[in-house]
Design a protein around this ligand. Sequence first.
Ligand SMILES: [Zn+2]
Length: 432
Amino acid sequence: MLKITTAAATAMALVASAAHADTFAIQAGRLIVDAAAPERGPSTVIVTDGRITGIEDGATAPAGATVVDMRTKTVMPGLIDVHVHLTSDANLPWYETLRPKYSQSYAAITGVKNALITARAGFTTVRDVGSSGTSAIAVRDAVRDGSVPGPRIEVSGQPLSMIGGHADPAVGLSPELRDAIAATPEMFTVCTGTEECSKAVRRLAAEGVDLIKFMATGGVLDPGDIGLEQHFSDAEMKAIIDTAHALHLKVAAHAHGAKGIDAAVRAGVDSVEHGTFVDAQGIADMKAHGTYYVATLLAFRGAVGMIGKGLLQPSSEKKARQAFEAWGVGLNRAYKGGIKIALGTDAGVFPHGQNAQEIGLMVAKGGMTPRDALIAATKGGADLMGLSTETGTLTPGKSADLIAVDGDPLVDPNAVTHVAYVMVMGKPIPMK
Ligand SMILES: [Zn+2]
C-alpha cells in the first residue's frame, strides 16, 4: 500500500482543490440577498464550488474567477415552486392521456424536458407533488447526478387518494377497466383505513420519495360528481401524516373544500395546496398549527382556459367555473390571517415555464405586497421544504441558487418573468 506523509497529502489536497475550484463572480447592478431585507446597490456574489463564499460591494472578481456580468440586472435568490407536476404537460384532453404513448418512461422524459424549462424560468428549487409511478423520482435523480440540467427537485411520487378520490386512476372509467386497474400493484396509492394508509406511506418512503402528498378533497378537474368536500376520514389523514412525520417526510394535502382543508390541518399536515374554499375556522386552525398555504393561482387560470373547449368532462367544467369564482379569495384570507405562505403553481395544469407569473397573481389576486409575494417565492418555499439553511437567501455558506432578472421585483412583481441568468447549486443553467 502506498504511504503518503501528512505534509505530502496536504500539498496534494491543495493542488487538487486549486485545480478543481470553480469560482464565479456574479456582478449585480442591484442585489437582493434576502427578500425580507433592504436591497443592495452594485454588488458581487462570489461562488466557490457550488457555495456562496462572499458578498462584496461593487463589481469585483477574485483571480481566476469566471465573471458573470449582470450589472444591468437585479440578482436575487432563485425562486422556489412547491407545487409542480414536471412529468405532465398541460392542455391534453382527458381522453388523450389514455393513449399507449403515455407510459411512465415517457413521463420521465417529459419531466427532463420540463425540469430545464422550469430552471430557465428562474426556479432553482421545485417540489413535484404528483407523478405517475416512479417517473418523477427518475427525473430528480438524473438532475441530481448532473446527467441533465434542472432545478433542485423533491418529489412525492404518486399521491395517496381514497377510493374514487382525486388520484384514483380508476375514476371515470367503465366498470371493466376500473376492475382491471384496481388489480394492478400501483393501486397501493389508493388506501382505506389507517393500516392500509400507513402501509402506503411506508411503501412510498421505501421507493425514495422526499415528501407525501395526499388528496384531502376531490379535484376540480376530476371526472364524476363526487364534489370537492372531505376525502379520507380524520383517522386516515392522521395515520398518513403521523407515519410520514415519523419517517421525517413532510406532508402536503391537496384540498379545495373547507371541511377537507380543516381536517387536514387538524391532522397536522405541513401545507394546504390550493385551499380554494378555506373558511374562518380553517384560517384559525392553520394559524394555530403553523400550516403553510399554497394557492396555485396559475392552476385556476389554466383550468379556466380549458372550459367550453371539450377538453374537460361536463362535471369538471361546473367545478372549474365554481373554483374560478373563488380565484385568489382563499389566498387573500390566508394573507390577512397571517398564515405562512409559499409559492406553488400546479405547473403541468398550465404550460411549464410560466411559473413566475404566479408572483404577479399573488399581488393582483391575493392582495399581497410585491415584497411579501417575493418572500413567499423564496424563503417561504425553503422553510416549508426544510431547506432554510441551504437556499432561499443569498447567504455565505448556502448553496449558490441565484437568478438575474430585469427591473426591480420588489417594486414590479412581473420583473421575475424576465430572467437573464440562472445558477443552480453553483452550476449555470444553459439559457438556450
Ligand atoms: Zn397539483
